[in-house]
Design a protein around this ligand. Sequence first.
Ligand code: NDP
Ligand code: ZN
Length: 179
Amino acid sequence: MSAVPRDLALVLQATEFAARKHRNQRRKDREASPYINHPITLASILLNEGAVDDPKVLAAALLHDTIEDTETTYDELKGQFGVLIADMVMEVTDVKWLHKDARKRLQVSRAARSTRGAKLVKLADKIANLRDMIAHPPDGWSLERKREYFDWAKSVVDQIRNTNARLERRFDRVYRQRP
Ligand code: NDP
Ligand code: ZN
């Protein structure tokens, strides 16, 4: 097999794995959209808007919420996708046992020390979530809570500037729509 189909196979394998793991989950929007739409959107933002075509980063984006939101373990990802991808996913996984506010603060303080791949996934995640927050917001969130979310997302992105100018511009564009 040439290099390109092998890359495609990896990305498809990650899509299939994430779809299976998230199969019973929904987003928080009123329509309760299928959760898998979100990781697929991240991969699409990276490739189509950030010109990121590293298949390992695209696979990590597809898998980015599996440890945090499903019973998937680090070892399982390592076994199926290798240590590089498993590490990237681990880097973007929040520490579950911390209180929500501490978790959010830790994401800000850890961001600058992340690897480049993890930073790219984080950027795409924040772009996708802010766009969702505008077009398909979580049901029942007050204006105040949405604003706090926008500001927190910006404080994470401000720690990882100079990673991918296109993605940072996309983030700034959606941030300007802060409700
Ligand atoms: P959560 O982390 O619980 O919810 C946001 C996350 O939900 C996103 O990061 C995203 O994570 C996921 N998500 C699922 N569906 C959507 C969607 N449709 N649109 C966007 N994101 C979606 O947020 P918190 O409860 O921690 O609240 C954020 C901030 O608000 C905190 O700073 C908190 O302190 C504050 N807060 C304010 C309240 C208020 O009334 N003012 C009340 C409670 C909290 P993923 O990418 O992992 O899917
Ligand atoms: Zn996410």
